[in-house]
Write a protein that binds this ligand. Structure first.
Ligand code: RB5
Length: 153
């Protein structure tokens, strides 16, 4: 799969917002690959979807978007994968900064804390922003990678 792919997943709490965000991605010319879940009729455990998206991003590159109630649990789970930088963004500024400064490759959104329009704005800002490639940010990301090497066995 090419690097232009955006893997998208949710638990039950993020399901409806996921459909909205997926439509936005498709409308704006992105290839969204939905890894589930496929309904909100029962409760699903967020670490499972987070792992699916994070594994794709870690193994194949590209980016991911995860939606749950708060965005928190999925970010915590996704960040267990080497090379994944999942950011729980709550406005356009944090979305942009997470790309420009932290080169985030997974966006986590909280469906119970964000309105649909706000979530769309955040997604648009995140998708359109790029890593700044400034020396200080490259240095800091390398420090994170070093921590990952030492801390993950
Ligand atoms: C589900 O109730 C909720 O815990 C989940 O969607 C998420 O917010 C976890 O962080």
């Amino acid at each position: 799969m090419g690097n232009d792919v955006i893997y998208i997943g949710s638990d039950h709490a993020g399901y409806r917002l996921k459909l909205k965000i997926k439509r936005l991605l498709e409308r704006t010319g992105h290839k969204a690959v939905d890894v589930g879940v496929n309904d909100d009729r029962k409760r699903y455990d967020y670490p499972k979807t987070a792992a699916k998206v994070a594994k794709k991003v870690a193994d194949e590159g590209g980016r991911g978007i995860l939606l749950c109630g708060t965005g928190l649990g999925e970010a915590i789970a996704a960040n267990k994968f080497k090379g994944v930088r999942a950011a729980n963004c709550f406005n356009e500024y944090t979305a942009r900064m997470s790309r420009e400064h932290n080169d985030s490759n997974v966006l986590c959104l909280g469906a119970r804390v964000l309105g649909g329009k706000e979530a769309e704005k955040i997604t648009k800002a995140w998708v359109e922003a790029d890593f700044s490639k400034e020396e200080r940010h490259i240095r800091r990301l390398k420090q994170i990678k070093d921590i990952e090497k030492k801390a993950c066995r």
